[in-house]
Design a protein around this ligand. Sequence first.
Ligand code: PNS
Length: 164
Amino acid sequence: MTTLAVCPGSYDPITLGHLDVVRRSLTFVDEVVIAVAHNPAKRSLFSVEERVDLAQRAAEELGLAGVTAEPVDGLLADFVRARGATMIVKGLRGSGDFEAERTMALLNRHMSGVETVFVMGDQGLNHVASSYVKEMAEFGAQLTGLVPEVVRTALVAAYEGERT
Ligand code: PNS
């Protein structure tokens, strides 16, 4: 039986921190779906279609086999049930992430019966967050080591007009 992990997030945009969690998930499941979902609490820079495309190309850039990126249209619980997912996998950077993640994990289990498994990301990528990466891109900072090349190019293009 093929095991499938769904790694959900807003991915606006995907970072090397997110991809580290995907890579670690592939050590205990056969396939990973990077599920690009809407977070009503966040205003996004990239459209869902752009975020899916960037996530797919980023996984390819890093040579991660068995990974696809897909949009989540509605509740994550419905998505994981429809896909027959074995588990939801999320990365934890530190205690700041914990409370919100705990609540989401319990609600998703209540709605779908699917468990959420948490993995600790690479310590060297602990500081990488999409929100700060966007802020850095906006002010022309160096993004190497934080995001894959496809994402760096997309971020530079997104803010190019604003700085010229
Ligand atoms: O990267 P984020 O913004 O922390 O991810 C949060 C996300 C997108 C995974 C969460 O908002 C989500 O699951 N959204 C889909 C809609 C949904 O199922 N909401 C109920 C969550 S219990």
